[in-house]
Ligand binder design. Structure first.
Ligand SMILES: Nc1ncnc2c1ncn2[C@@H]1O[C@H](COP(=O)(O)OP(=O)(O)OP(=O)(O)O)[C@@H](O)[C@H]1O
Length: 300
């Protein structure tokens, strides 16, 4: 019971929130004494409101929206830094965190799940002074993925990211990264680095299949240069769900990593689907920082 704040982004997921907002509020009213519904009007609202709710002693904060809304809400909860429960109803294109948490991807089913839900601890990541729930990536793929059109997203869903991403890996472009991983320094040339908290990235589970949402680790994948021939082998394997072999990437479990860019002035990052902080990056894991609602029968 107690107080619950429900943050809804009315523009997310092609403005689908309006169809589900009413039934979500009704469901939450069964679970809490009061439910305050607020609809975001701009970037930053979800962060400010989630932080306020944490500081004001709300029991739970829920959000409904895509990855941007989810990331903003979690940033607010992290800034509030008080014990609070968190829940979300996915409306985005890929919804990696929902996949990793076994939350139904259809909003109606995700709402129904709240009749019988439990809370489990959830790790979050910190990248410089911001927080993320799923991934932060830098290199050829984030740049190309940023250019996937809304039309492609709608038509192909996660496959649009996958195809765009794979194509970029054979572009021969690479970057020189100096990394300090758990206290040890190494320099690597790579087209793409991805730090992950869960095993789902762009809906695929081939990169860090063993990652768990509360294993207390960041999984750092540093890709090696990939030839067109490698790609012919890799693409069907990825579609079939085969884990990416160490032939193509280094995969390390880290708690803390500093990454500097040595051979170019600027490379943007992508964090949970939006533009992330600039280099140098300092990444760290905040183990079990949040308590998140998942289906009662999930094995998390
Ligand atoms: N009323 C609003 N009008 C315009 N933009 C908004 C509004 N409220 C929030 N936003 C911004 O909309 C952006 C996109 O939202 P979100 O990522 O949740 O949806 P999406 O783009 O449909 O989902 P996905 O990226 O997962 O496919 C967020 O960065 C958020 O700050």
């Amino acid at each position: 019971m107690g107080r619950c704040l429900l943050i809804v982004n009315p523009t997310a997921g092609r403005e689908r929130a309006k169809y589900f907002m009413g039934s979500l509020k009704l469901q939450l009213e069964n679970n809490f004494d009061t439910v305050d519904l607020r609809q975001t009007g701009k970037k930053g609202d979800a962060t400010a409101w989630a932080k306020e709710a944490a500081l004001e002693g709300y029991d739970s904060v829920f959000c409904m929206g895509g990855d941007g809304t989810l990331n903003e809400t979690v940033n607010g909860l992290a800034l509030g830094n008080r014990p609070i429960h968190f829940g979300f109803i996915p409306l985005g294109t890929v919804n990696d965190l929902a996949r990793a948490l076994q939350i139904p991807l259809h909003p109606e089913q995700a709402i129904a799940m709240l009749k019988r839900a439990k809370t489990v601890p959830l790790d979050i990541g910190k990248a410089n002074d911001r927080y993320f729930v799923n991934t932060i990536a830098a290199g050829v793929m984030p740049e190309a993925v940023g250019q996937v059109s809304i039309e492609q997203k709608t038509r192909l869903g996660p496959l649009a990211y996958f195809l765009t991403g794979l194509k970029t890996l054979q572009s021969h472009k690479s970057f020189l990264f100096k990394m300090n991983i758990n206290g040890e320094t190494t320099t690597r040339r790579s087209p793409l680095i991805i730090a992950m908290l869960t095993n789902s990235i762009g809906s695929f589970r081939n990169i860090a299949p063993e990652a768990r949402v509360n294993d207390g680790k960041l999984w750092l994948a540093t890709f090696k240069n990939i030839t067109p021939l490698d790609l012919l082998k890799l693409a069907p394997e990825m579609l079939a769900g085969t884990p990416v072999s160490s032939e193509y990437m280094y995969l390390e479990q880290v708690e803390h990593v500093k990454i500097e860019l040595l051979n170019t002035d600027h490379l943007s990052t992508n964090m949970d689907g939006d533009t992330g902080p600039d280099f140098p990056l300092e990444l760290q894991i905040l183990p079990s920082f949040l308590s998140v609602y998942v289906p009662a029968d999930s094995d998390i």
